[in-house]
Design a protein around this ligand. Structure first.
Ligand code: TRP
Length: 363
């Protein structure tokens, strides 16, 4: 078996810099390194609907937004298959079979789901059943493509653990058809969690603390200008703190030595700037201007590609449709094997007809 990379996002909003450093940038690198047999990136609209049942329009709107984010970030439909979860009905079928080999209490133990239940105020009596079960559906997302490698954040660890458990149980119980996946965590520490521009733990649309991949230069500057820094750094001459200072967390995530050479040659690299800032004498505004340049340099090629793709939206649908068709072939193949392993491939199983004929002919 070769290496199959698979990952996805819920299409509930435009993608922001948190998504970019956390996963999108790495996906594009993986894609371009080409060290895989197949790479799949999909929009998990079924999963998004598990807590958005009353608002399918939100998902519908964001299919194109996220597709544009993917393509403009550099995902290339000739190298990786882009598709939409709901268009692969085999995933729903596999989910149902996997549900039979996991207990309710096992699913209840998922820490990511527990956090999400609290966040959404579902408490115990209003959790949609589909939402409760989405980790099983996610296991199907992964197993149906025999993915070996799932690039994802720390919060997805419980999903991958469950997937491995279900794959093992399926293979032991029926036949070794499914493949155990490994999570591929982000490599650098800041990529694991980019705070919001307000310094809060995470970027979140409702907090208005995001910088989106699709933001123009003015919008980016508004966000950067208002960024949380070091509340004890009152005068330029005061010593500053870089720990917990969002501007520096972002510089950590994005600034390269080349950026310093081009935009702030007084410093060779971020370490030098940090040392100077901690010593005192470096104004926050200067750091913000630097960060603004760094972000725009990174976003400019993404913006250029987006502008091209936006000229031909029907082509986006075309790309997704082709991706769905191609992904579906793989999923359908796995499901043939799954049904055979479970011995419910009634029309492909010639023995079954013979056996049943013998049984009813009284022999
Ligand atoms: N749960 C993921 C998220 O919230 C999205 C997702 C659904 C996914 N199915 C997946 C990610 C399979 C990786 C593999 O972002």
């Amino acid at each position: 078996m070769g290496k199959v990379i698979l990952t996805g996002d819920r299409p509930t909003g435009r993608l922001h810099l948190g998504h970019y450093v956390g996963s999108l940038r790495r996906r594009v690198e993986l894609q371009n390194e080409g060290d895989f047999d197949r790479m799949f990136v999909f929009m998990a609209d079924v999963q998004a609907l598990t807590d958005n049942a009353s608002n399918p329009d939100k998902i519908r709107e964001n299919i194109v937004n996220v597709a544009l984010d993917y393509l403009s970030a550099g995902l290339d439909p000739t190298k990786c298959t882009l598709y939409i979860q709901s268009r692969i009905p085999e995933l729903a079928e596999l989910t149902v079979y996997l549900m039979n080999i996991v207990s309710v209490s096992r699913v209840q133990r998922n820490p990511t789901v527990k956090t999400e239940v609290k966040l959404r105020g579902f408490e115990n009596d209003s959790i949609p059943l589909g939402f409760f079960c989405y980790p099983v559906s996610q296991a199907a997302d992964i197993a149906c493509f025999k993915a070996t490698t799932v690039p994802a954040g720390e919060d997805q660890k419980p999903m991958l653990e469950l997937t491995r458990e279900l794959v093992n149980r399926f293979n032991k119980l029926y036949a070794p058809v499914l493949v155990e996946p490994q999570i591929m965590l982000p490599t650098n520490a800041t990529a694991r969690r980019l705070p919001g521009t307000d310094g809060k733990e995470k970027m979140s649309k409702s907090l208005g603390n995001c910088i989106y991949l699709s933001d123009d230069a003015d919008t980016v500057w508004q966000q950067v200008k208002g960024m949380y820094t070091d509340p004890t750094h009152l005068n330029v001459s005061d010593p500053g703190h870089v720990e917990g200072n969002a501007v520096f967390t972002y510089l950590d995530a994005f600034a390269t030595d080349q950026d310093f050479a081009d935009f702030w040659p007084e410093f060779k690299n971020l370490d030098e700037l940090k040392a100077a800032y901690e010593h005192g004498g470096i104004g926050d505004m200067k750091c913000k201007k630097m960060l603004n340049k760094v972000i725009n340099r990174m976003l400019d090629p993404i913006r250029a590609r987006r502008a091209e793709y936006e000229k031909d939206i029907p082509e986006i649908f075309n790309i997704l449709k082709k991706g769905c068709e191609s992904a579906r072939e793989v999923a359908a193949q796995t499901m043939d094997e799954v049904r055979k392993a479970m011995r419910i491939d009634y029309f492909e199983d010639e023995e079954l007809i013979k056996e049943q004929t013998a049984k009813f002919s009284g022999k």
